[in-house]
Design a protein around this ligand. Structure first.
Ligand code: PEP
Ligand code: MG
Length: 760
C-alpha cells in the first residue's frame, strides 16, 4: 500500500484540532492509530503512554494487534524497541534481519509475524509522554521519510495527550488513568535491595510517616461496660510490662525502657480518663477507645516536634492492644506483629528493635534515608529479613494484603499466587538452625596447606555473643559499642555500659575481645544528640573526633570498658583515627581513666591492649608510625573503601562506584599488610567475609578475619579450599591490574571455591 505522509499529517492534525477532552483520550488515540496505519500502509500502529510513577509504558491504543492488549501490555524502558526508544529519547527503526536486535515479542497478541518496527518517542520538551509504534510483516518496510512523518505526528500528539491527562487527573484524582489490572499486575513483583537475608510470608501492615490509619470500632459493639474497659486496661498494662521484662532479660543492651512510651501513655489521665468518661456516659468500650485513640493519633501526627509526632505508632499499638483485650481476641503474648510484614516509609532503630521483639516476620523499608546503615546491621543481628525498596505504591496496598518477601534476592511478591507460595515452601520451612551450621564448623581454621587463620566475630548486640560462641568464633574482633547509644533515648550511664561490656567479656569465656569506642556521627546519628546539624557528617565530628571533643562521655565509656576487663583479656580500639597524634591523645585518655580507677580503688584492667582501626587513607600514609605505637591494628574496609574512593557508602546513587575490588583499594590493602610482622593485624570490614576476595587477603598476608558470626561457616570453607601459595599468586596477579574491569574479569574466571592455581 502506498504511503502518504502529507495526508497523514493533515488528517491527524484535523482530528486533534476538533478533539475535546469530553470525547475521551482513548477514542482520539484509536482514531490516530487507525489513520496512521492507513496512510503508512503498515499492518500495525499502536500508541503506548508513559507512566512516570512506574517508569513503564502501557499500550493505550492499537490498530492491528489484539484489542485485549490495550491497557494490559506494559513494558519497562529497557524492554523492546518501544521501551528503548522512549528511554533513549530517539526514534528506533529495526528489522528482524538486523544484527542488533532489540525485539521483544509480547506473547498472546500475535506480534511475532511482524518483522519490521519503527518506534518514535512522543515527547513534550524532554518530558516523556509515550511512544508511537508502527509494525509490518515486510522486513524492511520503513525508511527515513517515515521517521520524519511519525516525528511530526508525535509532536502534534504530545501536547494534546499531556494536557488531557493532566485535566483528567485534576477532575478525578482518585481514578487511575491506567486500568487497574495493569497497576495490580505491576505491583505483584517488586525488586529491591536485599539487606538482611531470609524468606518471610505475612500480612502487610503499612507504616507511612505522613499517614495514619485510624481505628474503626465494630458495628455490634454495644455490650461492653466500665468493667470490660478496666479489665482490658489492666491486661494491656500487664502485657506491656511483661514484654519489657522479657526484653530487659534478652536484650539488655538496646532495649532499655523501649516500651516506656507505651506505658506512660497508658497512665496518662487525658488518654485513659477520657476513655473511661465516655464509657461511663454509655459509650461502648470499643467506641470510647476508638474515639480517643483517633483523637490522639490526630494530635500527635500534627505535632511540630518530630519526637512527639513519631509516637503515633505507639498510640496505634496501644489502641490495637486495648481493642484486642476488650474483644478478648486471642492476643499472642509473644507480640503484635507475628504473621505480619511491615512496610514502612522510614524506621528508627528503636522501632526496629520493638518490631523484632514483637516477632515481626519481615520488614520492607521504602526510603533510602534515615539510619539505614544501622537498621541493616540490627536486622542482621536480630535475624529479621529486610529489603530496601523504592516504590511508594507499596504504601497504597491495603493492610492485610498477603506479602511474600525473599530477602536473599530482594524480591517482594504482593498477593503471591499458589505457584509462587509452593516454590517458596521449602525455604519458608527451613529453620535458621544454628546447631546444624555449628556442626559443620571446625574449632580451628587452616588453609589447604595447613596455615593457621583466625576467625573472629563482629558483635553488634549482646545477643550476638551467644551466636558467636555457638558458631565457634575465636574471639570478638570488633564490638560496635554504639548500638546501645543509638537505639536508646539517652546516653547509657557508666554502670549500664559496664554491665553490657562485662556480659560480652564473660560470654566470650576468656577469648580475645576487642571493644571499639563510640563510633557515632556520619550515618550513625544519636537521636538525642544536640549537636549542630552538619552539612557533611561523614567528614564531620565522627567517632574518635566526637569522643575527644566530649571527654565526659569518653571517660565514662573507657571506665566502663576497663572495669569490664577486670581479669579478662580486653582490647580497646579507636575508630576513625587519621593521625598518630589522634591515637596518642586517645591512648592518653585510656591511661588517665586507668589512673582514676586505681585512685578510686575500683577493680579494672590496668594493662589493656590498645589499638585502632585503619579505615582512613590518612592512616594508611602514617601506618609505620601507627604500627610502632599501637598494640594492634584492624582494617575497616567499609570505611576505607568509602574514603579512598570518595563514595558515600549509604548513597544509592553512587553505590555502583563503591567497589571493594577497585585496584586502589587492593593496593592500599597490600601496603597496610606490609606491617603484619610488626603488629597484630586483622580485617573486620565486610571484605573479610567476601568469598571472592578472601584469597587476596590471605595472599597479602592477612591471617585474622573478623566477620558476622553467621558468616563464619562460609568463610572457613573458603579458607580451607585455598592454599597460601595460590593465594599469593592470586594477590600478585590482582595487584598488577590497573583497571577495575581487569580485576572483575579475573575474578569472574575463577569462581569462589575453585581457587587453585591451575584453574586460573
Ligand atoms: C569498617 O568501616 O569497615 C568497620 C568495620 O566499621 P563500621 O562498619 O562500623 O563503620
Ligand atoms: Mg568504620
Amino acid at each position: 500500500m502506498p504511503k502518504n505522509s502529507v495526508d497523514l499529517i493533515f488528517d491527524v492534525g484535523e482530528k486533534i484540532a476538533v478533539f475535546e477532552t469530553t470525547d475521551g483520550l482513548d477514542s482520539l488515540l484509536q482514531s490516530v492509530v487507525d489513520i496512521v496505519a492507513k496512510h503508512m500502509g503498515s499492518s500495525v500502529c499502536s500508541i503506548y503512554l508513559y507512566d512516570s510513577d512506574r517508569s513503564r509504558v502501557v499500550m493505550a491504543a492499537t490498530h492491528g494487534l489484539r484489542q485485549e492488549a490495550v491497557g494490559t501490555v506494559t513494558l519497562s524502558l529497557n524492554e523492546g524497541v518501544t521501551g528503548r526508544a522512549l528511554k533513549e529519547l530517539r526514534p528506533i527503526k529495526e528489522s528482524t534481519r538486523s544484527k542488533h536486535r532489540l525485539f521483544k515479542f509480547v506473547e498472546g497478541i500475535d506480534e511475532d509475524k511482524y518483522h519490521s518496527i519503527l518506534a518514535v518517542p512522543i515527547l513534550r520538551g524532554l518530558t516523556r509522554v509515550g511512544v508511537l509504534v508502527i509494525q509490518d510483516e515486510d522486513s524492511d518496510h520503513f525508511d527515513d521519510t517515515d521517521v520524519q512523518a511519525l516525528r511530526a505526528i508525535a509532536a502534534q500528539l504530545a501536547q494534546v495527550i499531556d494536557d488531557t491527562r493532566a485535566l483528567l487527573d485534576l477532575r478525578d484524582t482518585s481514578e487511575e488513568t491506567v486500568p487497574e489490572s495493569v497497576e495490580h499486575e505491576d505491583l505483584r513483583f517488586l525488586k529491591g535491595k536485599p539487606v538482611s537475608v531470609g524468606v518471610a510470608v505475612g500480612k502487610a501492615e503499612i507504616i507511612a510517616s505522613s499517614e495514619f490509619d485510624v481505628l474503626t470500632a465494630p458495628a455490634d459493639d454495644d455490650e461492653s461496660s466500665v468493667e470490660v474497659f478496666d479489665r482490658a486496661l489492666l491486661e494491656t498494662r500487664d502485657q506491656l510490662k511483661a514484654l519489657q521484662t522479657h526484653l530487659d532479660e534478652q536484650m539488655a543492651d538496646v532495649a532499655s525502657f523501649i516500651f516506656g512510651a507505651h506505658l506512660l501513655i497508658l497512665q496518662d489521665q487525658a488518654f485513659v480518663g477520657q476513655m473511661r468518661e465516655l464509657v461511663e456516659k454509655g459509650y461502648s468500650a470499643e467506641r470510647a477507645v476508638t474515639n480517643v485513640v483517633n483523637d490522639f493519633i490526630h494530635i500527635f501526627s500534627q505535632h511540630k516536634n518530630p519526637r512527639i509526632a513519631e509516637k503515633v505508632q505507639d498510640v496505634k499499638d496501644i489502641g490495637h492492644r486495648l481493642m484486642q483485650n476488650i474483644q478478648q481476641r486471642d492476643l499472642a503474648h509473644s507480640g503484635d506483629y507475628q504473621g505480619q510484614i511491615i512496610i514502612a516509609e522510614e524506621l528508627m532503630p528503636s522501632d526496629f528493635v520493638k518490631l523484632a521483639t514483637q516477632k515481626v516476620e519481615g520488614v520492607v523499608i521504602l526510603s533510602g534515608g534515615g539510619s539505614t546503615a544501622h537498621i541493616a546491621i540490627l536486622a542482621r543481628s536480630l535475624q529479621v529479613p529486610l529489603i530496601f525498596l523504592d516504590n511508594y505504591h507499596l504504601l497504597e496496598i491495603p493492610d492485610g494484603t498477603e506479602i511474600l518477601m525473599d530477602a536473599h534476592q530482594g524480591t517482594v511478591f504482593v498477593e503471591p499466587d499458589e505457584t509462587v507460595l509452593a516454590n517458596y515452601q521449602p525455604m519458608l520451612k527451613a529453620s535458621k538452625n544454628l546447631e546444624e551450621i555449628a556442626e559443620t564448623i571446625n574449632p580451628e581454621t587452616r588453609t589447604r596447606d595447613g596455615e593457621r587463620v583466625f576467625l573472629l566475630s563482629n558483635i553488634n548486640l549482646l545477643s550476638d555473643v551467644k551466636v558467636a560462641i555457638q558458631l565457634k568464633a575465636e574471639g570478638v574482633g570488633l564490638y560496635r559499642s554504639e548500638f546501645p547509644f543509638i537505639v536508646r533515648n539517652d546516653f547509657p550511664s557508666e554502670e549500664e555500659q559496664y554491665r553490657i561490656y562485662r556480659r560480652i567479656v564473660q560470654g566470650m569465656e576468656g577469648k580475645e575481645v576487642i571493644l571499639r569506642t563510640l563510633d557515632v556521627g556520619g550515618d550513625k546519628m544519636l537521636p538525642y544528640s544536640t549537636h549542630a546539624h552538619e552539612t557533611n557528617p561523614f567528614l564531620g565530628l565522627r567517632a574518635i573526633r566526637f569522643t575527644l571533643k566530649n571527654p565526659q562521655i569518653f571517660s565514662q565509656q573507657l571506665r566502663a570498658m576497663l572495669r569490664a576487663g577486670y581479669e579478662a583479656p580486653i582490647h580497646i580500639m579507636f575508630p576513625f583515627i587519621s593521625s598518630v597524634d589522634d591515637y596518642i591523645e586517645a591512648r592518653g585518655c585510656v591511661r588517665e581513666s586507668i589512673e582514676e580507677l586505681k585512685r578510686e580503688r575500683i577493680e579494672c584492667c590496668t594493662t589493656p591492649k590498645i589499638g585502632c582501626m585503619i579505615e582512613l587513607p590518612a592512616a594508611v600514609e602514617v601506618l609505620p608510625e601507627l604500627a610502632e605505637v599501637a598494640d594492634f591494628l584492624c582494617i575497616g574496609t567499609n570505611d576505607l573503601i568509602q574514603y579512598l574512593l570518595a563514595v558515600d557508602r549509604t548513597n544509592e546513587r553512587v553505590s555502583h562506584l563503591y567497589i571493594a575490588h577497585h585496584p586502589a583499594v587492593l593496593r592500599a590493602l597490600k601496603r597496610i599488610a606490609e606491617v603484619k610482622d610488626r603488629v597484630d593485624l586483622s580485617v573486620c570490614g565486610d571484605m573479610a567475609a567476601d568469598q571472592e576476595l578472601i584469597p587476596f587477603l590471605l595472599g597479602i598476608g592477612i591471617r585474622k578475619l573478623s566477620v558476622d558470626p553467621r558468616s563464619i561457616a562460609v568463610v572457613q570453607k573458603v579458607v580451607q579450599k585455598t592454599s597460601i601459595a595460590e593465594a599469593e599468586k592470586i594477590a600478585d596477579t590482582l595487584l598488577g591490574f590497573g583497571l577495575v574491569k581487569e580485576v572483575e574479569d579475573f575474578l569472574k574466571a575463577c569462581p569462589t571455591g575453585n581457587c587453585n592455581s591451575e584453574s586460573r
